[in-house]
Ligand binder design. Structure first.
Ligand SMILES: *Cc1c(COP(=O)(O)O)cnc(C)c1O
Length: 378
């Protein structure tokens, strides 16, 4: 029995909905299933506007356009995140300012935020790593004091909460990912959540190739024309139909993922304590989104040996982000070793365990037994 790190799983009526979309003869964007998905996200999260996009990367690119990021503007970004979080802003000419993360949640360290703000700072981007909320109260307080917008890359955090409020509803805007590796998927896909209504009209235009097509279809203007910059950021109805089938099953999917997460924790906590291995920290005031299960090994060497040991047992485990400031691109922006010591350390130590929507208890027990049978010297 081989256990992959991830796999896509049908949750409910995805195939039936795809067939419906095709039979209805409308498979380009913004048809029935896209509208149903927008309404589902808006209703479930209480956001004024949700727009499906072709990826989270594209939702981030839309945010950078909507915030009018100009060459030379500074954007504060956690050092420990996916390249898309930063690329979207660099594409507009921004200079990224990488901030180190907290050693407990691996989220942007809010105690370093104020000192990183300059007269050129135009945005603060937060990432709720593993679907555990950043310290939004402190972050918003500092940002508001300086009049700087906060946006959320919520790729991991759909349906997670911070102090009882959904992640993705704190910033002016937030991005979601429906890539195959996320909790809910359509293969490749994303969404832009808009909390500040001032951005809604322009977001619809940017998503529709810079045209006012959405307003035209609603009868709000009598001709449809080129009014702004933009691109093609809307997914096909086939993808929206698949995604709607997934999101309809959100309670089932999230409760399964919660069981997976809790089974790993209870199965591994004794071993972790006696081997100097750190398990995820979930602050009291956060309801996590159960996106992943990771462990921090005492060293790079121990981490690599564990990945190898699991591989020999037919189990695929993976590491995660490398520090952005030390990447080839990060160094072009002046990144040097020692700039973000926490990210540099945990990036070498982190390993993620198999986690998907039909991972069985038997498969999980095999993973846990393999880990309990792994010994290493510190
Ligand atoms: C997955 C991910 C993305 C990119 O998502 P796509 O939908 O593949 O573009 C961006 N940011 C974070 C934090 C992610 O985990």
């Amino acid at each position: 029995m081989n256990i992959p790190f991830n796999r896509a799983v049908i949750a409910g009526r995805e195939m039936e909905y795809i067939a419906q979309a095709i039979t209805a003869g409308h498979i380009s964007g913004d048809g029935t299933f896209t509208k149903k998905t927008h309404a589902l996200l808006e209703g479930a999260l209480g956001v004024p506007k949700a727009l499906l996009t072709t990826s989270c990367t594209h939702a981030l690119e839309m945010m950078a356009i909507l915030l009018d990021i100009q060459p030379g503007d500074e954007v504060i970004i956690p050092d420990f995140t996916f390249v898309s979080t930063v690329n979207a802003f660099v594409l507009r000419g921004a200079r990224p300012v990488f901030l180190d993360v907290r050693p407990d949640t691996l989220n942007l360290d809010e105690s370093l935020l104020e000192a990183a703000i300059t007269s050129r700072t135009r945005a603060i981007v937060v990432v709720h790593y593993a679907g555990v909320g950043c310290e939004m109260d402190s972050i918003l307080k500092i940002a508001n004091r300086h009049g700087i917008p906060v946006v959320e890359d919520n790729a991991h955090g759909l349906f997670g909460k911070y102090k009882g409020k959904f992640l993705g509803t704190f910033g002016a805007m937030a991005s979601q990912s429906f890539h195959e590796t996320k909790n809910f998927t359509c293969g490749e896909g994303g969404a832009l959540l808009i909390n500040d209504p001032r951005f809604i009209e322009r977001a619809e235009i940017i998503r529709e190739k810079g045209t006012n097509r959405s307003r035209f279809f609603r009868g709000q203007v009598d001709k449809y024309t080129w009014v702004d910059i933009g691109s093609s950021y809307l997914p096909s109805e086939i993808l929206a139909a698949f995604l709607y089938g997934q999101l309809e099953q959100r309670e089932k999917i999230q409760s399964h993922r919660r069981r997976v997460w809790e089974t790993y924790r209870s199965g591994l906590e004794g071993w972790a304590a006696s081997h100097d291995v750190r398990l995820p920290v979930i602050p009291e005031h956060c309801e996590q989104a159960y996106h992943m299960y990771y462990m921090l090994l005492p060293s790079l060497d121990a981490r690599q040996k564990l990945i190898q040991h699991l591989k020999e047992n037919g189990i695929l485990s993976v590491f995660h982000y490398l520090p952005l400031h030390l990447s080839d691109m990060g160094q072009k922006f002046g990144g040097k070793p020692g700039d973000c010591p926490v990210t540099e350390e945990i990036s070498d130590q982190l390993v993620r365990l198999p986690f998907y929507n039909d991972l069985t208890l038997e498969e999980q027990q095999k993973v846990i037994d393999a880990i309990l049978g792994f010994s290493f010297s510190k």
